[in-house]
Ligand binder design. Structure first.
Ligand code: GLN
Length: 276
């Protein structure tokens, strides 16, 4: 038998990244089938079998495999999402889009939502969980990602209101939407990423061309034709891209406004049809 607190202390010293202690706690909680805080509150010893299982997970984390992949799950907007290597792990920064959408539609929920490059389905399913009458369409180029999104919709009991379809952005998308969400790949080609991201997350969800702006160049001019009257499109972007995106929005005849993430940096741009 092993002392759990000693195990955690030893483990944290061997892990890479910014949050080794938290990662060790999450992995031990997974092995023990307990909540993280319950693990910390208890003094119960850990069996040799569980200590070996824990060490196996630590070894994976030492190769920079993200904790979300090891657990198979990541929380977003307080909902559990299944994730694997076929999708981007949902980031807290992206909750900015959900919060802005809720603020925009306060008191008059949207009916139709479109999520471009839906990945795990996190953005679409998070907003559908907030608006029981809303229906949504999630598009992704990757069939493997769509399988993850459909699984998440089923687990969250939102499958009856969420449709997922393979497609190249807005190609073949018909009708108009009250809310359009998009977290496109926006990292500049060749940029160096943390090994956790570079080795384990899909490049197709990360890189957006030479300056990272290719998806916006393609999509902004299509927004006016897809937004319903009073509708809004909300795009995530990377640090420092806001000036270029403001210009692209103006070129496309769209009115725009920026929104900050939790660390106070511009992270999302809200677009409306400038003619309405
Ligand atoms: N925010 C992600 C990262 O920094 C990038 C996500 C994206 O390109 N949409 O790894």
């Amino acid at each position: 038998m092993r002392d759990r607190h000693a195990l955690l202390r030893g483990a944290a010293e061997t892990l890479p990244g910014d949050t080794p202690r938290l990662d060790a706690e999450l992995l031990l909680a997974h092995v023990l089938g307990e909540e993280r805080l319950a693990v910390l509150a208890s003094r119960e010893a850990v069996s040799e079998t569980d200590a070996v299982r824990f060490e196996r997970l630590l070894a994976r984390r030492r190769t920079h495999e993200p904790v979300a992949h090891i657990l198979g799950e990541r929380e977003f907007w307080s909902l559990p999402f299944r994730v694997n290597r076929d999708v981007l792990v949902p980031r807290p920064d992206s909750e900015t889009l959900v919060a802005e959408a809720l603020a925009h539609f306060r008191g008059r929920p949207p009916e139709r939502v479109l999520d471009l490059g839906t990945g795990s389905g996190a953005l679409l399913l998070a907003v559908l969980s907030e608006w029981p009458e809303a229906r949504g369409l999630g598009i992704d180029l990757s069939e493997a990602a769509l399988a993850v999104a459909r699984d998440n919709a089923a687990r969250l009991e939102l499958a009856d209101r969420a449709t997922f379809r393979a497609g190249d952005w807005v190609e073949g998308v018909e009708g108009r939407f009250d809310l359009i969400l998009c977290n496109p790949p926006y990292i500049e080609a060749g940029a160096e990423l943390m090994p956790d991201v570079a080795l384990f997350e899909p490049a197709s969800a990360l890189f957006g061309g030479v300056d990272g702006l290719d998806p916006y160049r393609l999509l902004f001019p299509r927004m006016a034709g897809l937004l319903a009257p009073g509708g809004v499109a909300i795009f995530e972007f990377g640090v420092g891209q806001e000036v270029a995106l403001g210009a692209l929005a103006a070129e496309a005849g769209l009115a725009s406004r920026l929104a900050n993430d939790l660390s106070g940096r511009p992270r999302a741009i809200l677009l409306r049809d400038g003619m309405h």
